[in-house]
Design a protein around this ligand. Structure first.
Ligand code: SF4
Length: 274
């Protein structure tokens, strides 16, 4: 965080049409993300923002927009954020996400927010007033050491779970996004058991990798989990799909047995199940 390169920029619009299934619009108040997850798929944003620094070492802050008016968002599904964490550490200073939520509060939109940070609690007062919002936390495992290695600057999992509990206790709709599921490493059932008392629903997403994140994860596996090297080669280099097919069945069975409200998103072009 100390060496983070921060630039204030002007954006054309805070809100963009969404390609995510189930969402009409996305809002990304920042470009880049200091959490620096080794698997982050949002790294492609470097191409569109003239950055060649390593992912996680820069953040552009969209301090102002040239667009005078936002789209009509009544009954629209709006997602924060798809290619950054809207509660990355800079939000403590800039309060951009808060400003956008203040606007969205009266927009008539259905708002979905996803973060890895308990910084979201700084807006608890506002979140309790927004009529249609659900707040989610991404949690891939309860293993803090594994998470520290793969999400080096993100808040610990215990802080995320405590924040989830606080939101739930304040009657805010919550969900847990169990993602990304690393083959043989993400203890997804333990995440469900540790959070189900505070979560209204769950979603599950597998680890999807290409380009630089693929190289970083394979290096991590080689260095820290060498016994899984062959499996990761099969899944990500030979593109063998059996592992995910079996895991998806296992998750669906578990969710049925446990009577969980859940969706499984296991490939880029797949519509949610359940
Ligand atoms: S928190 Fe999300 S956007 Fe930020 S680095 Fe991690 S995966 Fe990427």
């Amino acid at each position: 965080m100390n060496d983070l390169k921060v630039k204030e920029i002007v954006t054309r619009s805070y809100i963009s049409p969404s390609k995510l299934p189930g969402y009409d619009y996305v809002i990304n108040p920042y470009v880049g993300c200091a959490h620096a997850c080794i698997y982050c798929y949002a790294e492609f944003m470097k191409r569109f923002s003239n950055h060649d620094e390593p992912w996680g070492t820069f953040t552009d802050v969209k301090v102002r927009s040239t667009c005078a008016k936002m789209a009509d968002l009544r009954h629209q599904q709006v997602f924060l954020s798809s290619v950054t964490d809207c509660y990355n550490p800079l939000e403590a200073k800039y309060r951009l996400t808060r400003r956008l939520l203040e606007y969205l509060q009266y927009s008539g939109a259905h708002i979905t927010l996803l973060t890895k940070s308990d910084l979201v609690l700084q807006d608890l007062d506002l979140l309790t007033k927004i009529p249609d919002i659900r707040v989610g936390f991404s949690i891939q495992s309860l293993d803090e050491e594994f998470c520290k290695k793969t999400e080096p600057n993100a808040p610990s999992v215990s802080r995320r779970i405590n924040a989830l509990k606080t939101l739930h206790e304040n009657n805010i709709k919550t969900w847990v996004h169990i993602s990304p599921i690393f083959p043989q490493l993400s203890d997804w059932q333990s995440v469900v058991q540790a959070t189900r008392a505070y979560a209204d629903s769950f979603s599950f997403e597998n680890l999807k990798l290409r380009a630089a994140p693929l190289a970083r994860v394979l290096l991590y596996i080689t260095q820290h989990q060498p016994h899984l090297k062959e499996l990761y080669q099969q899944i990500y280099v030979a593109k063998e799909g059996t592992y995910w097919k079996n895991l998806r069945k296992e998750i669906l069975k578990f969710c049925n047995e446990q009577q969980l409200r859940a969706e499984v998103h296991f490939s880029e072009d797949e519509t949610p199940e359940k």
